[in-house]
Design a binder for this molecule. Structure first.
Ligand SMILES: Cc1cc2nc3c(=O)[nH]c(=O)nc-3n(C[C@H](O)[C@H](O)[C@H](O)COP(=O)(O)OP(=O)(O)OC[C@H]3O[C@@H](n4cnc5c(N)ncnc54)[C@H](O)[C@@H]3O)c2cc1C
Length: 465
């Protein structure tokens, strides 16, 4: 992971905080999402005993699993792309390489009541919404965007202005604007060009590898397999996970180390690493431990409301069908079963219909039944051939804070986290300024941190021996 996209770890330990050697150090990790669980595994390998404290009843955070009736799969759609080096590295390291499956992925674009396949140069040439000149400019925009390394110069340009400059007005209004509206609503007008650059870059990077071109991956059993394996390894390393425990306070302990209170229990740790969101950090930490400097301009987050339709037949032939139709109630269609073998899902087909929305969107106030009705109407418009009999299950899942809105000069408004105690560390997704939140960057972030953390432990051992 490049260190450009995160603040450097603010803590530098010069003095040992307690007189223990690294052997047998007790480390508390707050949050059992992928960040906390990966960290727990890596730190437990450093000869420390780790306890993960997680608020929910399941491990995994946003990557957790969900019971769809006849099978269990990821609550929200997740795929691995061939260039996810850090994530694939973790999967190999925990012995799941042989459970990594790859499938060809297909992309579509829906506009004017028709879904267009965009998976070969010929299909692209036949795409009816743009003429040849516009297509050439679209290719240029994607190619040029993917080559940009210095994302900071895109931070003060609106995404609309940048896309028009690169590809012209027609490309913008016919191709990009419907996508931006579907993804961000009217908010897109305030978003910087970094937003589209992160998408272009990820897309293009996955096409750089000719052998694995257009392939996407998953682990047999979904992310549950990954979390279950990490748990097994933690147990072997004398470490544990506590579920259903919301951390209420984190304070410096007298004589060194940190005290964490969850439920009615207060537990002492030699070191604590916090991985939950910043708003929780502010609620549970004392000023002697950490200061969060918020900018006057608050960060706005997009959340997601996602309908998952389980059917007896394949609904969508694409992994992603981008909705260029702004009246659609969902942002896109994710044909998960084009990637995941139906042997994994009891012979049934999974299609996710996500809608990314800001905190003030009306969907948050609606019941699941109301959302289901709105989305099902949209689904029936899109797939009139879908019969009631084909539907095995309908599930609504929500996550309130998923992706910060990358407004102009976003990196200058992210909260600055300053940890003030040598035994307290913060590692979370709030500091990602030049990437979408994804599991590859999460694992890369953990890897960089652990390198530093390991050397601190070694230094301590030397100091104290
Ligand atoms: C719809 C959707 C689709 C996605 N698709 C992909 C994809 O295809 N590929 C990809 O790589 N990534 C994808 N992601 C992103 C991926 O899910 C995230 O990168 C990842 O889950 C972030 O992990 P995390 O541990 O940093 O955060 P989280 O998963 O948010 O974990 C934080 C944890 O802290 C816990 N917590 C909070 N407060 C407390 C407290 N007081 N005490 C104890 N615990 C607490 C929470 O319960 C949670 O488990 C997707 C996400 C969504 C929502």
């Amino acid at each position: 992971m490049s260190s450009q996209n995160v603040i450097e770890k603010p803590i530098k330990v010069s003095q040992p905080a307690s007189n223990k050697s690294s052997e047998g150090l007790k480390v508390g990790i707050i949050g059992g999402g992928l960040m906390g669980m990966t960290l727990a595994y890596k730190v437990s390998e450093l000869n420390a005993s780790v306890k993960v404290i997680e608020r929910e009843s399941q491990k995994g955070g946003l990557s957790t699993h969900y019971d769809f009736g006849n099978f269990v799969w990821d609550k929200f759609y997740h795929v691995i792309v061939p260039t996810d080096g850090s994530l694939i590295g973790l999967i190999k390291e925990i012995g799941l390489e042989d459970q990594l499956n790859w499938s060809r992925s297909f992309t579509g674009y829906h506009a004017n009541k028709k879904s267009h396949s965009l998976n070969s140069p010929i299909e692209f040439l036949l795409f009816p919404l743009l003429n040849l000149w516009d297509k050439a400019r679209l290719v240029f925009t994607i190619f040029y965007g993917s080559k940009i390394e210095n994302w900071r110069k895109l931070e003060n340009i609106k995404v609309k202005d940048w896309l028009i400059k690169m590809g012209g007005k027609k490309n913008f209004h016919k191709f990009w604007e419907p996508l931006l509206l579907a993804k961000l609503g009217e908010n897109y007008k305030r978003v910087s060009a970094v937003f589209i650059w992160t998408y272009i870059r990820r897309l293009f990077k996955s096409r750089e590898h000719p052998v694995e071109k257009d392939f996407m991956g998953y682990v047999t059993g979904g992310y549950k397999t990954v979390f279950d394996r990490i748990e097994e390894l933690l147990v072997k390393n004398n470490s544990t996970i506590l579920l259903n425990r919301a951390v209420k306070s984190i304070k410096p302990a007298e004589g060194g180390g940190i005290e964490v209170t969850y439920d009615d229990t207060t537990e002492h740790f030699d070191k604590v690493i916090f991985t939950a969101p910043v708003n929780v950090l502010q609620q549970v930490t004392s000023p002697e431990l950490c200061e969060v400097k918020m900018n006057a301009q608050p960060i706005e987050y997009l959340g997601v409301v996602c309908l998952v339709l389980i059917t007896k037949k394949q609904l969508c032939p694409f992994y992603v069908l981008n909705m260029g139709d702004v009246t659609s109630p969902f942002t896109g269609v994710i044909g998960m079963s084009t990637i995941v073998d139906t042997k994994q899902t009891a012979g049934e087909y999974m299609t996710y219909f996500p809608k990314y929305i800001p905190a003030n969107h009306e969907y948050w106030k609606m019941s699941d039944q109301e959302i289901e009705q709105i989305f099902l109407n949209g689904i029936k418009d899109l797939y009139p051939e879908l019969k009631e009999d084909d539907i095995v299950g309908v599930h609504i899942n929500r996550a309130f804070k998923v992706q910060p809105l990358q407004v102009l000069n976003y990196s200058s408004i992210i909260p600055k986290i300053e940890t003030k105690h040598p035994d307290f560390f913060v590692l979370n997704t709030s500091q990602f300024v030049n990437d979408s939140v994804n599991n590859n960057i999460v694992v890369g972030h953990v890897n960089s941190f652990v390198e530093q953390f390991a050397s601190e432990l070694t230094t301590k051992s030397v100091n104290t021996n």
